[in-house]
Design a protein around this ligand. Structure first.
Ligand SMILES: CSC[C@H]1O[C@H](OP(=O)(O)O)[C@H](O)[C@@H]1O
Length: 368
């Protein structure tokens, strides 16, 4: 996408070829800051600290993290350590583990001398593949938005609610849930986005609002608990969210609060769509609620709020009393029965194993 009119991605190889460039998302929306990752540890920290975030971008960063490690030492032990260090950064987004497996399958059979260049090339390929997947997914999602606009008689605005940030900042480019929205806006549909602020890290208020503003897409930031009220009053035509891991049966792990939004959508007859790039499908799992690992992050992310004061200064304040405990579950799982359809790069399907295998027949009969 574009930042101040300049096309860019969220991750890139630095011009000197010696480091990986990223947008430091912990600084947005108050400052647009880029950073260099030059070592395995810097890549791992960037993922853990959410300088880069979003399942596809986490996977891309991990792939480059393997290259950064093998540049120093391309031995079997170094490859195993890189996969262990990166794999331990965040548990829920399956793209991380998928990308590390892609790198393992490629690199293990190679002579040590060939591994660094092969890793660098494969990481770049995974980034290009992510961009192509997201653009294709956007095209399929656009058809859903156009159909919703027709059902509405092409009156008023097309009201879409989204949760967290599943935009281009969560991927290498285009985004997942926001990809159809960008295409719809550019095609002239009067799409308006209700943006859940998404406590506690405020990926919606801070990142999705920033992205949509950069692209000129009308949007309104709302508190996380407003969505059900809007749906009750006919102000949401459809919900469109991303995912960090979706099981072969269509159970969807996504940012905490997604499940509650899906319940409200079901109760009000509002379609609930999930943008699902295929690297985010965990074919090995069936029961998402019981099997998908849910990340628990430090409680200070909930108790401490960072923002811009009236003076313009960016500061962090504690909003809970000293001594109060904070439980910071970062994801929840929406059962497939609450999902209207899954939007993949190969098309749209029901949130069922049959639906997914119809789009990915090469997976039929494979347990993982
Ligand atoms: C397209 S993946 C976006 C997905 O990732 C976010 O989690 P986080 O910001 O903690 O990395 C959130 O679940 C989004 O829906």
């Amino acid at each position: 996408m574009k930042v101040q009119g300049r096309p860019m991605r969220t991750i890139w190889l630095e011009p000197d070829g010696q480091a990986v460039g990223i947008i430091d998302q912990t600084r947005l929306p108050h400052a647009f800051v880029t950073a260099r990752l030059g070592t395995l540890e810097e890549a791992a920290h960037a993922i853990r600290a959410m300088r880069v975030r979003g399942a596809p971008l986490i996977g891309a960063t991990a792939a480059y993290g393997v290259w950064l490690a093998l540049r120093e030492d391309a031995s079997d032990a170094a490859l195993a350590r890189a996969r262990e260090v990166l794999g331990a950064t965040r548990p829920t987004a399956v793209n991380l583990h998928w990308a590390l497996e892609q790198m393992r399958q490629l690199l293990e059979p190679l002579p040590v001398s060939e591994r660094p260049s092969a890793a660098k090339q494969r990481a770049a390929e995974l980034c290009d593949e992510d961009v192509a997947i997201n653009r294709a997914m956007g095209g399929h999602g656009l058809k859903l938005l156009e159909a919703a606009w027709e059902r509405k008689g092409r009156q008023g605005r097309l009201e879409v609610l989204t949760h967290c940030n599943a935009g281009w900042l969560a991927t290498v480019d285009w985004g997942t849930a926001l990809s159809p929205i960008y295409l719809a806006h550019d095609a002239g549909l009067p799409v308006h986005v209700w943006v859940d602020e998404t406590r506690p890290r405020n990926q919606g208020a801070g990142l999705t609002a920033w992205e949509l503003g950069q692209h000129g897409v009308p949007h309104t930031v709302i508190a996380d608990n407003v969505g059900g009220h809007l749906m009750q009053h006919g102000q949401v035509d459809l919900c469109l969210v991303g995912t960090d891991r979706t099981t072969a049966h269509g159970d969807v792990a996504n940012k905490i609060g997604t499940y509650l939004k899906a319940l409200a959508a079901k109760d009000n007859g509002v379609p609930f769509y999930v943008a699902l790039p295929s690297p985010t499908i965990d074919w090995s799992l069936r029961d998402g609620v019981r099997e998908i690992p849910i990340e628990q992050r430090d409680g200070t992310e909930l108790s401490d709020v960072t923002g811009r004061l009236a003076s313009g200064e960016v500061a962090t304040v504690r909003v809970t009393p000293e001594g109060s405990a904070s439980a910071n579950y970062a994801f929840d799982v929406t059962p497939a029965r609450l999902v209207t359809a899954l939007i993949t790069e190969r098309g749209v399907c029901p949130a069922t194993e049959e639906g997914l295998r119809s789009l990915f027949p090469e997976r039929a009969g494979r347990a993982s």
